[in-house]
Ligand binder design. Structure first.
Ligand code: SER
Length: 316
C-alpha cells in the first residue's frame, strides 16, 4: 500500500480512514473520491476527485492517472436505505464493486472492500457465529454483501488479484454520521444524549448486535492490508468485532457518565426486523489467528471517548 485510491471517501468509514491513511502513508499518496464534495477534512486534506462508482471508465481513469497501487472500495448503500430502494442498492453496491474489481484487475491493484454482519441471516447461528457458516440473508444489503464476498474470492482464485476484506459489525464514530443503516441507533444515541439528555431507540430492548469503535475499524483495515499473505487462509470477509450489546446496555454505559440520561423505545418494524435477522455476537478468531486482529475499545472505553469528542464537536 503506497498509493491508495479510496471510493466513498466521505462516507462513515471513509471520513476517518482517509485521515488515518494520510497520516500513515503521506497525504499526497491517498486519493479520496466520492460522488459529492462537501467541505470536510477528508476532502480538503489531500488529493480529491469526484467519482460515481457506477462509471467504470471514469474509475479506471482516476486510478490510472493517480498511479494507484491499491484500491479501497467503500462506496455502498447501507441496510435500511437499501430496503427503501432495493434496485438502486443492487445497481450501486454490485455495479460499484464489479467496476472496482475490474479496475484493480486491469491495473494490478491490491484490493480491499468491507462486508458486514448483514451478510448473515435468520438461519445463521446467532451466538459465536463462525467464520464459515450458513449465509442466507433476507435483506438486499445482505444479498449484495454475500455476492460481494464471493466475487472477491472469485477474483483472487481466477485472476490472482490480492483481494482482502472484513465483515464489519455496526461501526460507531464521532466524525461522520452513518446514513441509513440499522446499527445507526448506537451512534444517534450519543448525539441525542448530549443534545437532549434522552433518546428514543428504534431498536427493541434485548436485540443484541456486534459493534466496534471506528479507530479499531480503520486500524483493522490497515492491519489486514499489511498482513503477510502467506498467513491468510481466508482472504475476504473476516469476522471482526469488539463488543456485543443491546440498547439498554449502551444506555447504561452512557448513564455512568451522564446519570440523568434516559431512554425510551419506539421500535421501527423495518430496522427491527433487519436487526433481528443478524447475529447477536460473531466469532472473530480467524481474524485474530491469521492477521492478529485486536480491538482496543470496549463499550465503556468507547462511551467515554465518544462523549468527550462529541462535546467538543457539538460545542456543548
Ligand atoms: N452498519 C451497517 C448497517 O447497519 C451494517 O453493516 O447497515
Amino acid at each position: 500500500m503506497k498509493k491508495i485510491m479510496v471510493t466513498g471517501a466521505l462516507g462513515q468509514i471513509g471520513s476517518e480512514l482517509i485521515t488515518k491513511l494520510r497520516m500513515e502513508y503521506g497525504a499526497d499518496n491517498i486519493l479520496a473520491t466520492d460522488i459529492r464534495h462537501p467541505q470536510s477534512e477528508a476532502a480538503d486534506s489531500g488529493p480529491f476527485a469526484l467519482l460515481d462508482v457506477t462509471n467504470g471508465e471514469e474509475m479506471y481513469a482516476r486510478a490510472k492517472d493517480f498511479g494507484a497501487d491499491t484500491m479501497v472500495h467503500m462506496a455502498a448503500l447501507l441496510s435500511a436505505k437499501a430496503e427503501d430502494n432495493p434496485l438502486l442498492a443492487w445497481n450501486l453496491n454490485m455495479g460499484g464493486l464489479v467496476n472496482a474489481l475490474e479496475v484493480s484487475r486491469e491495473l494490478g491493484l491490491q484490493f480491499f472492500t468491507p462486508s458486514s454482519i448483514g451478510a448473515f441471516g435468520p438461519s445463521t447461528p446467532k451466538i459465536n457465529t463462525p467464520q464459515d457458516t450458513l449465509q442466507r440473508p433476507t435483506t438486499m444489503y445482505g444479498v449484495n454483501k454475500v455476492a460481494g464476498e464471493l466475487l472477491c474470492d472469485y477474483y483472487y482464485e481466477k485472476f490472482g488479484l490480492d483481494t482482502r476484506g472484513v465483515r464489519f459489525p455496526g461501526l460507531i464514530s464521532n466524525v461522520a454520521k452513518p446514513g441509513g443503516g440499522t446499527t445507526d441507533y448506537a451512534v444517534d444515541i450519543f448525539y441525542k444524549a448530549l443534545e437532549e439528555g434522552k433518546y428514543t431507540s428504534y431498536i427493541a430492548e434485548g436485540t443484541y448486535m456486534d459493534m466496534m469503535y471506528m479507530p479499531d475499524a480503520v486500524q483493522a483495515i490497515v492491519d489486514l492490508m499489511e498482513a503477510d499473505p502467506a498467513k491468510l487462509i481466508h482472504r475476504n470477509a473476516f469476522n471482526v468485532t469488539a463488543m456485543s450489546f443491546e440498547p439498554s446496555q449502551i444506555a447504561t454505559a452512557i448513564q455512568k457518565q451522564m446519570p440523568n440520561f434516559t431512554m425510551s423505545y419506539d421500535v421501527d418494524p423495518v430496522r427491527q426486523a433487519i436487526a433481528a435477522s443478524w447475529p447477536d455476537a460473531i466469532d472473530a478468531s480467524a481474524a485474530k489467528a491469521e492477521w492478529g486482529f485486536t480491538a482496543k475499545y470496549d463499550l465503556d472505553k468507547m462511551t467515554i471517548d465518544m462523549l468527550e469528542k462529541l462535546k467538543v464537536k457539538l460545542a456543548i
